[in-house]
Design a binder for this molecule. Sequence first.
Ligand code: SF4
Length: 270
Amino acid sequence: MDATHLPIDAEELRGSALSKDILARYRSAVRAARDRESTLRFGRHTVAVSSIAQQFYCEKALQYSIEKPLAPTLQMRNGTAGHEMAAALAAPMTHEEAIAEALVSREKPVCIYEFRIAWEHNGVTLTGFVDEAWFRGGNVDIVAERKFSGSPNIYSTYHIQAGLYCLGLGEMGFDTNRTIYRIDVFSRKCSNCERLASGECSILREDCHSYACDTGSSISQSFPFHRESVTEDLDWALQFWTGERDAEPTTSATRCRSCRYRRICDSSLA
Ligand code: SF4
């Protein structure tokens, strides 16, 4: 058969068109941020999903962390190490390859680590890296977020961050109509665990919701993604970045007591 008359795989063609569309949307959001004059606080051109999550802990604390940054604590460094360890599981691939892989039709979803996202919301470019996103033929089955914490609780900030990742993937062009997000909370001692690094820790099994070993412990819970409520949270958060309102301090004295800015903060409840 003449090579120019080979049958065209419709599925492949659709995947290729969608792949180009998703990449174009991502690049357009990044380019728009780079090309326009900053109208955001602190001269920013983009807002990171992780910063928005911090706003739901305390906006004053976020503002201080930008205006008067402090060196990361050992706990923060351990958390970063834990994330890097998870990312080390990833097969190296370009963003284009990751998108193409996410669109392949398959029986079981494929996990892509540290998936890069960017999208525009009301003229503001949001950016982030999704810890784990499980894709199947362009659908996002699961978004998973790992946290290393001194307490085995799932805080509202974790929900915000994971929800925004779902939202961002949807805005880029993936199907998030049935997406759930999973939050795994590990004790800080887990951040150096080799079994976690190799993906062998029992908590990573779908049917495991809590696990403890001689080293540490962890919990895991899944939640449905609700686009409308995440969008409302984002609208509120962006009012701070666009200067529509000042930073709102937390109303939780417990948060103030563990805040590193409590001694200089004029809203401290500690
Ligand atoms: S002391 Fe309280 S109100 Fe002030 S920045 Fe810290 S958490 Fe926010």
